[in-house]
Design a protein around this ligand. Sequence first.
Ligand code: HEC
Ligand code: HEC
Length: 484
Amino acid sequence: MQGIYRRRIGRRLAGISVFAFLVLMIAPSLARPQSQTQADVDKPKQNTPSSYDQIAPALLGRESFQAVMAKDKADKESVMARQKKLLEERYDLTPRPDGKVTMSRGKPIQVGPTARLPEGLTWEQLAAMASDEIREKGLFPKGFLPLPHPKHETGGMVFPQMQIKQFGRLERFDVDFDLPEHFLPEFPPALYLTTRMDLGDVSQGKVVTEDNFQELFAGILNAKDLEGLRLLVTQFPQQQFNATADRKTDKPDGMRGVSCFDCHVNGHTSGAAHLVGDIRPQSHRRRIETTSLRGVNIQRLFGSQRALKSVEDFTEFEQRAAYFDGDPVSATAKGVNPLERGSQVHFMAEFQELLAFPPAPLGLDGKLDAKKFAADSIEMRGQELFFGKAQCATCHPAPNYTDNTLHDLQVERFYKTQTINGLVATAQGPIKTFTLRGIKESPPYFHDGRLLTLEDTVEFFNLVLETRLTSEEKTQLVAFLRQL
Ligand code: HEC
Ligand code: HEC
């Protein structure tokens, strides 16, 4: 009896609260000025479609995969022509290999600067000008501005041709990679293990894949790390590479997805690019160049801006969020593979933490080994500048050449907000101080890969830090960076 009575009271209370709720809902609309309609209030602030609106037409078959692919293929030539024109305006793309200095496995590094100067100006004249003047007169070198994705409106993972030649499944039908191969890391790159530095490069000149990881690493890794590596070379669905009608590959093998080491080849990088998942609208999302995973063991923040606190977190985040442009709806629709923390994420992270920087002629303090470089050598002079006048060590201190934090370089002091091939180039905010260990092996530089050579980075910082280095000092600084 008591039970029934209580339920009745309950129902009555529910009735009262429904009434109160309706009053609360209607009251503001009564108070609203006559001119404003409900439709006005409900209207979203920006006319951006929801994530489901974006993928539903393709997934639900309103526009067939074949129709989308035909249109994308037809557009590809003009998309690539637009990007080529932009790159040629920004850079001198002629190969200028250094005669002596190479990456670990022999690919020559390129000599810059490649960024084109505004007509009639020298680097010295530019560095003597105030940032306000450079901005107002539009004199900041175009190659120092944020770099758009080759198809910014669509974005997504794009792999260099040198890689597609070997792994056809990574080819997209709507866009190709844009930067010339000579400005990219060597392929395949060397692989060093912190635990087995005695072995040197353990890659045997191969790309580590599902097919060969066991034969390459048996007897070098324990079973747990081997399992971590297996997961790192296994393909999982991603936004452009998956089995739905909203994919960008027609190769059946590409429908299985991508592996971590498709981008982070051999734990390093192929230079593959993407758009960051964190930002909206699309026009403001930054191009991001694949970072090397060498030396993640000494790093404390992961991602150029997101600053996740562990390799484990980043491993989980990559596959759940970054793979799908930070959009859980797409992730669900396209077949996200959530990794299990204890038995998968940890294993994968453990292997990543073993990836070492390439060997360098540095002493215990991380500075040039005094036995290998004469006191008056160009490299030693460069080191002096790095820790002195050029101010690099403020943010890139030895021994690891990163302060493990983020800095806002306020580059927007030098340019007006402008739209470049679909990218709104505006203030970029704080970015992670990437380490400079092994830096000669991971061009192009910066989070978006806008700087093609080490000479470009030195000219860039000379403007940004207003250090007024002479051209001789710049050469010395580059000679030092090449040793790291
Ligand atoms: C597009 C190819 C691509 C694939 C595939 C990919 N990554 Fe990345 N990864 C990137 C890019 C680009 C960044 C830089 C992100 C940024 O700047 O915010 C990055 C950053 C990272 C970082 C942080 C490095 C740092 O210096 O802060 C880790 C760790 C990482 N990835 C691990 C993984 C793992 C594990 C997988 C597989 C689950 C994976 N990545 C798959 C492109 C890729
Ligand atoms: C105020 C802190 C700060 C100072 C000083 C500084 N850097 Fe950096 N450096 C950064 C940040 C932050 C980034 C990442 C910028 C980005 O990706 O947009 C970076 C990136 C770089 C990169 C590219 C790394 C990569 O993996 O792409 C190079 C090379 C570099 N710095 C060299 C130098 C040199 C040489 C100097 C001195 C002339 C210098 N930096 C001074 C903060 C600093």
